[in-house]
Design a protein around this ligand. Sequence first.
Ligand code: WT7
Length: 650
Amino acid sequence: MSESTEVEGRRFPAPEQLTAEANVGPDVYQEASADRLAFWAQQARRLTWTQEWDEVLDWSNPPFAKWFVGGKLNVAYNCVDRHVEDGHGDQVAYHWEGEPGDTRTITYAQLKDEVSKAANALTELGVDAGDRVAIYMPMIPETIIAMLACARIGAVHMVVFGGFSADALASRLDDSGAVLVITSDGGYRRGAPSALKPAVDDAVGRTGSVRNVVVVKRTGQDVEWTEGRDLWWDDVVGRQSAEHQPESFDAEHPLYIMYTSGTTAKPKGILHTTGGYLTQVAYTHWATFDLKPDTDVYWTAADVGWVTGHSYIVYGPLANRATSVMYEGTPETPHRGRWWEIIEKYRVTILYTAPTVIRTFMKWGEDVPAGFDLTSLRVLGSVGEPINPEAWLWYHEHIGGGRCPIMDTWWQTETGAHMITPLPGVTTLVPGSAQHPFPGISAKVVDDEGNELTNDSTGLLVLTEPWPSMLRTIWGDDDRYVDTYWSRFGKEVYFAGDGAKKDADGNIWLLGRVDDVMNVSGHRISTTEVESSLVAHPSVAEAAVVGASDPTTGQGIVAFVILRESGQDSGDELVQTLRQHVAKDIGPIAKPRQIMVVQELPKTRSGKIMRRLLRDVAENRELGDVTTLTDSSVMELISSKLPAASSSED
Ligand code: WT7
């Protein structure tokens, strides 16, 4: 693996020229495959355990795995206290930058005090180990402090992305049985304060389990107040002692629930636990990004409300004693160079972001980053969807100055941590491919019968061995856990839901979802969820939703709707109303890019909507096979509507 690669006439240097002294070398693959469990045990020893495990993996009852059985540790202690005890209390944990330009610097010693106070506050509010705590916050340090405080007392956090609606929050509070919500008055987005508390008031009013709402003051907006239920963070946390003794929890104690969209309308509560999760996020963060805690300034430019934020803004970086940047706002506020300004200001060395953002920057032009000093960067990362070679090359050249390797990391909310990725200084990069299973991870591409495919045949991605940071179940629904992930090829093979192919050099190419899940700007949205939102609107009789390829967002949501009464106004106004309806119902990220009002939908004889054909229409392609359609004239009808279809991007 030492030759250079040529892509579209450009030559990429061999890996050893990219990073001279990488944390891991090429022998790591051999070492891991020689004894996988010993390899993961070795990585678990990078953490501090109060009791060593008896067994690395218990897989006697698949697909219910137990990792580091009998081991005990405290996640917050591992992320914070031990670094202070080791003499790194003055090291910066986060350089936080608010969108309006306000800043905060938080050292490990300060983080320890703040987390301890918040842990004491949770206990005062009657939160016990195992209780669920919802966190619905903007990107401010208290979000991380709240997560760590939960981990410290063994409460299970359930972070809901601040862009989600009151409805989405309510269903998650309900499903998880949360006893407390931690929120704020609002946050800053696109140059203006946006509110969070009203959605909490709405959602909590509809659920029975929440006893208290703790509110962080961020913007100073007016908030409605429910006496006896609502408390200001500054009061309840501010009055606590900064002393708190962390208790050890079992390696399999639940750490958090993160809801993600599946193929049905009801989101799945993905459950992650303690020891295996922290082991794999910490080790992958260290190996994939070649993290050097003494010199690097690390930045995952994502929201803590997604798994990327959990694993690579909070747990991985802190467990590795990284100095991170955390930014509250959007990339174009107050100008399109904001990210590059931040990189220049803090001398960021590692940047981790998503292809959709890179394509947006491409649209804005290379002159924007060219105006800033980005020479501190040394490793780049990508996550969320396949990165197309054009975006890869632009990222490599205009952000990485042609010298930074790009780690295209494939993983999921369910996997908890990186699963397929190149390694800096080890892998000869191939733009567009996530390349190799991480050391200690077993991934294959298989056909419908489960036979392994190589040499560029398209098939399904499966994971053939359990891994430390795997989900343990779907909250409250073991059957759904088994059915969704571990049934297609038997109880010991994890079905990821992604199409993939493996080339002759052993590189894995991810080809997108094979189920009814869309990937919009790196966010997973279920077609069914958007369909049920549309049909809940009084004007809509039937709806079919597809993800159509989009040059910026990867996929865009395109909906086909049949209205209840014929002759009803089907004009632009109704289309806008329906788009707003979905945005309010689920969240702005689920707002359809385009809605086409049609008379009929293409269905098979068994009544199934043929999404494949709708996707062809939405992407302006020649129609595929229509022979199983009940009435193929339906498609002509739909296609003929295309030129008039309304599309707007806001
Ligand atoms: C789905 C998981 C992992 C955090 C962000 C998304 C797609 C993710 C890649 C990549 C190709 C990717 C897959 C996967 N995906 N990373 N590097 N190359 N596809 O987490 O919401 O759980 O979505 O995102 O389709 O199944 P998620």
